[in-house]
Design a protein around this ligand. Structure first.
Ligand SMILES: Nc1nc2c(c(=O)[nH]1)N[C@H]1C(S)=C(S)[C@@H](COP(=O)(O)OP(=O)(O)OC[C@H]3O[C@@H](n4cnc5c(=O)[nH]c(N)nc54)[C@H](O)[C@@H]3O)O[C@H]1N2
Ligand SMILES: Nc1nc2c(c(=O)[nH]1)N[C@H]1C(S)=C(S)[C@@H](COP(=O)(O)OP(=O)(O)OC[C@H]3O[C@@H](n4cnc5c(=O)[nH]c(N)nc54)[C@H](O)[C@@H]3O)O[C@H]1N2
Ligand SMILES: [Mo]
Length: 740
């Protein structure tokens, strides 16, 4: 038995190979993702030995990444070479020239957490340029503290209502972007009991009205109502709902006066007094594609019942993603239910399986990362800009500063050629640094575009502990099979480099992996005891393989907005005013035209309202249902008919292009092109197409990405100067049938 980001599963091993996986008995709705695992772990695309790109080996130059062949070297030689190069760069240019942001999910397991390992290593040798935020919620992490006054991730995981509270209290659940059981399959660090589907069965049984507001019917479980809206237009719809509340006297002015600031600065915009455009249902209808009467009916319903508004993270993974997030809090405040059980607003239910679980938290099992002497940090999704514009200033959440001049990139546990937008542009910018080093189990597009590749083990080839505060299980993850090829653990790779760079003792503290795991485990166990949670000792856990911890609690997630609602003065929020900020003096003071002092409707540069003949369809690129991002893709791509990826298209758009289900397509815009396989469906808004992420980016030199990676089409731009998040969902494309 082992744990993973997609849950726990049993593993059958024969002759040193994983031959099958089976669901964990305690999981009511196990994920099917592990089915493909045996084929992936032993796949021919595993990196067998340390490998160095021939062009770099011969010239030490950056050009040619992605097209050169690789030369395999013995470990010692490759480690010597990498250490010498890191040393050269830090001596010549300083540690400020090393980018170690190294974003990505890597794998579950606490000690062998690749990001912690690479950050600890780089800190032990003088530091690195880090990245802040995430592709998941970077924009929300910037905007929401201005509005709600607390760290967004703390709000998500500790303050929002849990499923039981929603079940017991909510009458109307309005889900912008849906609540998706497919996405709740995974959760960072593990999700043992997959609960989302079960909760929706219970919601249906008690006649909770669940409304999925978004471009795809399938974003919410069956039985939910679907209110189709155009992508990128949610803010307009929310403004119109707010307009109805104000217009019809349903706005809770008493709550606004007690618990918010700035409604009087927002109201003239809402009612059209400041710009001559009332944000009425008639105004919003052509923008979002929802009829005025349906908007009115929804607003009245929301005011008349206990209403919980939820937003998928996807809404802020788009240009001006700050606006729907901010506006949702304003709408919830106008309804006056913020802080009531099962009322108000919450974010990311269904985005990952851990959101909504009501659990007591215990700190620990985290590898200390040491201090980073380098203070330069970029917003994570701005890596392309950083490489293109060294030394040039950019704005981020009220600060302005230059991008660093990066000479060396180290990546472990992430796949930028999966996660970044406009991959053709990234590939060009990627040629600039002098050296790129990657630790990877598989020959991903990122590994193929590196200069030095170290083969890393997968979790099944090493021992670890599985735990997260978003789950109530604790796992011993035994080593199940020997390392594939000559793969080594990230810890061993970094220990080898640190030693060569004179930082061996700082990095390892004289401990091997087993000693680290035992030490981290004991600290965690002591923390748990202080919290009154009994955790078995490591030997007992090893024998039992897993335990369920007594950390479930009903409604612990009510410790922020509920007390604030009761006593706004005594339990002030962390905003400058101590209240929910409908108008933010701080944001207004930044002077950003792309994120002014209160929520506004700002049309994105690419959406159906701006569609032209060249690119008439809005592309959304959601998470894949059959895997986690680009992981396990090598084996999935082998399945007959699985690639290129499936693109969902509305029947009218398909008919206009002579496209039928199963047809091979070319999906394209000015940034690039990929292949896809058509699935014609009524479950998608007309004018919208959906192509999941996760297909591996192809080799350079093809003008059409063969397997269907949507990031050849997406736009690489910040959400705004405030959030600088990833704008993956803002893209227009055209689709055509490919012959044969
Ligand atoms: N168009 C579009 N793009 C998106 C998104 C979108 O919605 N649309 N979503 C974005 C989001 S939210 C995210 S989080 C990102 C995800 O992007 P990533 O997190 O970068 O994607 P993964 O495929 O999970 O990459 C993890 C990599 O780590 C490797 N790995 C696994 N275990 C280990 C290990 O132990 N050691 C080492 N060294 N490597 C290991 C895996 O093989 C894999 O290549 O994508 C973003 N990109
Ligand atoms: N199986 C699986 N699950 C995953 C992942 C995975 O790779 N595989 N990745 C995980 C990660 S890292 C993250 S961050 C989360 C992401 O969780 P989310 O951000 O919630 O998920 P997405 O799949 O990007 O988007 C969900 C839906 O939002 C809709 N949508 C897109 N744009 C808009 C819009 O403008 N308005 C509205 N109303 N709807 C819109 C799309 O139809 C899409 O299907 O998922 C996690 N879960
Ligand atoms: Mo994410």
């Amino acid at each position: 038995m082992t744990s993973s980001h997609w849950g726990a599963f049993e593993v059958d091993v024969e002759g040193g190979r994983i031959v099958a996986t089976r669901p964990f008995s305690e999981d009511p709705h196990p994920s099917r993702i592990p089915d493909i695992l045996p084929a992936a772990v032993h796949h021919h695309t595993r990196v067998a030995r340390p490998s160095v790109r021939r062009g770099w080996l011969e010239t030490r130059r950056g050009g040619g990444r992605g097209s050169d062949e690789f030369v395999e070297l013995p470990w010692d030689e490759a480690l010597d070479m990498a250490a010498q190069e890191i040393d050269r760069v830090r001596r010549t240019h300083g540690n400020e020239a090393i980018f170690g942001g190294s974003y990505g999910w890597g794998s579950a397991g606490r000690f062998h957490h690749a990001q912690s390992q690479v950050h600890r290593f780089l800190n032990s040798i003088g530091g690195y340029v880090a990245s802040a935020g995430s592709y998941s919620t970077g924009c929300a992490q910037a905007i929401m503290p201005h509005v709600l006054g607390c760290n967004f991730l703390t709000f998500l995981y500790e303050y929002q209502d849990g499923w039981p509270t929603i079940h017991d209290n909510t009458e109307t659940l309005v889900m912008f972007g849906g609540i998706n059981a497919k996405n709740a399959q995974v959760s960072m660090g593990g999700v043992t009991e997959h609960e989302t589907t079960g909760w929706f069965e219970r919601f249906a049984a008690k006649d909770m009205r669940c409304i999925n507001v978004g471009p795809q019917r399938g974003d919410a479980p069956e039985g939910c109502e679907w209110l189709p809206v155009r992508p990128g237009s949610d803010t307009a719809l929310m403004l119109a709902l707010a307009h109805v509340l104000e217009d019809e006297g349903l706005n809770d002015h008493a709550f606004l006066a007690r618990c918010t600031v700035g409604f009087e600065r927002f109201r003239p915009y809402l009612m059209g007094e400041s710009d001559g455009t009332p944000k009425s249902p008639e105004w919003a209808a052509p923008i979002c594609g929802v009829a005025p009467e349906a908007i009115r009916e929804l607003a009245r319903r929301m005011a008349a019942t206990r209403t919980f508004i939820t937003l998928a993270w996807s809404l802020q993974r788009a240009e001006h993603g700050e606006q729907p997030y901010w506006m949702s809090a304003v709408l919830a405040a106008m309804l006056g239910q913020v802080g009531l059980p099962g009322g108000g607003v919450g974010y990311g239910y269904g985005a990952i399986g851990g959101v909504g679980k009501s659990l007591k938290r215990v700190r620990g099992m985290t590898l200390p990362q040491l201090q980073n002497p380098i203070e330069t940090v970029i917003p994570v999704a701005r890596i392309g800009d950083m490489l293109r514009h060294p030394g040039e200033p950019y704005d981020f959440n009220g600060r302005r500063g230059p991008y660093p001049d990066i000479r060396l990139i180290y990546w472990a546990g992430g796949n930028p050629y999966h996660h970044h937008q406009d991959l053709n542009a990234l590939q060009e910018a990627w040629q600039r640094p002098e050296t790129i080093i990657v630790n990877e189990p598989w020959w991903t597009a990122t590994a193929k575009r590196a200069d030095i590749v170290f083969p890393a083990t997968t979790p099944y080839e090493r021992e670890d502990i599985g735990r997260t505060n978003l789950d109530d299980y604790l796992f011993h993850m035994p080593q199940l099979v020997p390392p594939v090829g000559e793969a080594r653990d990230d810890y061993a790779i970094f220990a080898g480099l640190a030693e060569r760079l004179g930082a061996g003792p700082t990095f390892t503290e004289g401990r091997d992996a087993e000693e680290w795991i035992a030490g981290l485990y004991d600290d965690y166990r002591a923390n748990a005891a202080r919290e009154g949670v009994e955790v078995p000792d490591l030997e007992t856990l090893k024998e039992r393989n897993w335990v369920r911890l007594p950390v479930r609690e009903d409604g612990p997630n009510r410790r922020y907005l509920a007390p604030f609602r009761e006593d706004p003065e005594g339990a002030r929020l962390g905003t400058p005013s101590g209240r929910i900020e409908i108008f933010s003096e701080a944001i207004d003071g930044f002077g950003y035209d792309d994120c002014p002092g209160h929520p506004v409707w700002l049309p994105p540069s690419e959406w159906l309202g701006a569609a032209g003949a060249e690119a008439p369809l809005h592309l959304v690129s959601p998470q894949p249902g059959d895997k986690l991002h680009s992981q396990l893709e090598s084996a999935l791509a082998d399945v007959e008919g699985a690639r290129p990826e499936t693109l969902v298209i509305h029947p009218e758009d398909a008919a206009a292009r002579g496209v039928a289900t199963g047809d091979l397509l070319r999906v394209f815009n000015a940034r690039g092109a990929c292949r896809a396989r058509a699935l014609v469906s009524e479950g998608i808004h007309r004018g919208v197409v959906a192509l999941p992420t996760g297909a591996w980016f192809g080799d350079p030199g093809t003008n059409i990405d063969p397997d269907g990676n949507p990031n050849v089409l997406t736009r690489d731009m910040g959400t705004s100067r405030l959030g600088q998040g990833c704008s993956a969902h803002t893209a227009l494309v055209e689709v055509a049938r490919l012959s044969a």
